[in-house]
Design a protein around this ligand. Structure first.
Ligand SMILES: [Zn+2]
Length: 64
């Protein structure tokens, strides 16, 4: 068992702390979610939804 605290960043999509990931629009996206996004076609409704979520998050930060 590993009791070490995960020193990662909170993913904006799955809301979990992950060590590996990328930054999109200043938001952290974990590897798993990134892979999921890449898999999706840009025309796919889920893709647009996730991008929208990222944008919304960014605008919330800008407003605060
Ligand atoms: Zn994630």
């Amino acid at each position: 068992m590993n009791n070490q605290k995960i020193q990662g960043e909170r993913c904006v999509l799955c809301d979990q702390e992950k060590k590996e990931g990328i930054h999109i629009l200043e938001a952290f996206l974990c590897k798993e979610c990134e892979r999921e996004l890449v898999k999706l076609e840009p025309e796919h409704p889920t893709y647009a939804e996730k991008i929208k979520k990222l944008r919304k998050l960014k605008s919330q930060r800008l407003l605060s």
